[in-house]
Design a protein around this ligand. Structure first.
Ligand SMILES: *[C@@H]1O[C@H](CO)[C@@H](O)[C@H](O)[C@H]1NC(C)=O
Ligand SMILES: *[C@@H]1O[C@H](CO)[C@@H](O)[C@H](O)[C@H]1NC(C)=O
Ligand SMILES: *[C@@H]1O[C@H](CO)[C@@H](O)[C@H](O)[C@H]1NC(C)=O
Ligand SMILES: *[C@@H]1O[C@H](CO)[C@@H](O)[C@H](O)[C@H]1NC(C)=O
Ligand SMILES: *[C@@H]1O[C@H](CO)[C@@H](O)[C@H](O)[C@H]1NC(C)=O
Ligand SMILES: *[C@@H]1O[C@H](CO)[C@@H](O)[C@H](O)[C@H]1NC(C)=O
Length: 329
């Protein structure tokens, strides 16, 4: 057998492993369809469920509110480019950010319709240990509204709370954040239909799996973020498109992963079903047929207890109070 066919066979075997795909990570590329055999660095509430779902926040555990999951090994985000100046004989060695592309399928599910807490973010950070960062409205990313340039955090937030202090546009938006909880650019969740260009609204907290694409082109210095339901092919027009030079944001070695935070009593589950990533090229496509299924979590109607005039037990009271707070925020 040719070594090429051995390789192909090996890849095929790898692909058929339990519906999981494990691509070599050393070339800056990987794909996970479910996370049973994935080697992730987890902290806080994050766990991998037996069927391979990555659960970032589990509202059962009430004393912690954040969860993180990172690809365990750092990836080289910079490449040194030696540019010779034509006017002088000096050469200048600067490190330039590499192109990258990530895609993932997520789902946000709350115990009750219409009530949700905080959100989920795709993160590029110089450390895989963000356990000291604040939860709640800080999404487990930073512990202040504005970080500093030394934080070197790029995040794509899927934010389900409107927070005036962070100039959030609504309680259902996608944003690009650099070292800050205040987004550089944000849009209501949705996508531009390829058929007619019409904007289609999406609700992040809908229990429906949705796909996100994060694409950075190093030459154009442009970061695009695109969102769509999994039934819809990647829309041609991104939801967000931001000119940004990541050379000034990233260090050479960066970790990629997810951060999420949930409030206490309004139990919100943040799930990631599959995720792929590549440096210098498109992220490997995800095979939806291999993604783990979501637990049957409802849909529960908004609790009757919210409408009831007399909440009888203390926990109900807590839920009612928190629900009211979140509702009118
Ligand atoms: C997980 O990844 C880390 C970092 O790359 C590595 O040190 C460790 O050996 C890996 N563990 C397994 C079980 O593959
Ligand atoms: C190299 O490039 C950096 C950033 O553009 C600049 O600050 C520095 O002065 C340059 N050095 C030389 C020797 O040209
Ligand atoms: C993560 O950082 C915290 C402090 O910020 C530290 O206490 C903890 O030991 C670190 N965890 C790991 C796995 O390094
Ligand atoms: C802020 O978070 C960083 C880690 O992200 C930690 O090292 C630092 O101690 C935290 N500061 C405060 C005031 O909590
Ligand atoms: C964060 O930075 C923005 C401008 O970049 C500023 O307007 C805002 O007041 C800052 N917020 C805090 C809490 O420092
Ligand atoms: C971002 O979107 C624009 C508009 O569709 C497109 O021209 C550009 O190639 C995209 N860039 C990346 C990095 O995907």
């Amino acid at each position: 057998m040719h070594s090429r066919s051995v390789l192909a066979l090996g890849l095929l075997l790898l692909l058929s492993l339990d519906g999981e795909v494990a691509l070599a990570a050393e070339d800056g590329q990987f794909a996970y369809q479910g996370f049973v055999t994935a080697n992730l660095t987890l902290d806080g509430l994050a766990t991998v469920m037996p069927n391979g779902l990555l659960l970032l926040t589990d509202p059962v555990t009430e004393y912690k509110t954040t969860g993180h999951a990172f690809h365990p090994a750092p990836l080289r985000f910079l490449k040194s480019s030696t540019t010779s100046s034509t006017t002088t004989t000096t050469t200048n060695s600067t490190a330039m950010a590499r192109s990258f592309s990530a895609t993932f399928v997520f789902a946000i599910s709350s115990r009750y319709d219409g009530l949700t807490s905080y959100g989920l973010a795709f993160v590029v950070a110089p450390t895989s240990n963000l356990s000291a960062a604040n939860g709640g409205r800080y999404l487990g990313l930073l512990n202040a509204t504005n970080g500093t340039a030394s934080d070197r955090i790029l995040a794509v937030e899927l934010d389900t709370i409107m927070d005036a202090a962070f100039r959030d546009i609504n309680s259902n938006h996608v944003g690009i954040n650099v070292n800050s909880l205040i987004s550089r650019q944000a849009k209501p969740a949705g996508y531009y239909s390829d058929e007619n260009g019409v904007f289609q609204d999406l609700r992040l907290n809908s229990r429906q799996p949705m796909q996100v694409w994060v694409d950075y082109n190093a030459q154009a210095r442009r970061l695009n973020v695109t969102l769509a339901p999994i039934q819809v092919r990647k829309p041609r027009n991104p939801l967000l498109s931001e000119v940004i030079d990541l050379s000034a944001v990233t260090t050479d070695k960066m970790y990629v992963g997810f951060s999420a935070s949930a409030g206490l009593s309004i139990g919100t589950h943040h799930y990631v079903l599959g995720w792929s990533f590549s440096l210098d090229g498109p992220a490997p496509p995800l095979d939806f047929s291999k993604l783990p299924s979501l637990p049957r979590l409802g849909p529960k109607p908004r609790p009757k207890i919210l409408d009831a005039v007399l909440p009888l037990v203390t926990t109900s009271l807590v839920i009612v109070v928190l629900a009211a707070v979140f509702f009118f925020l």
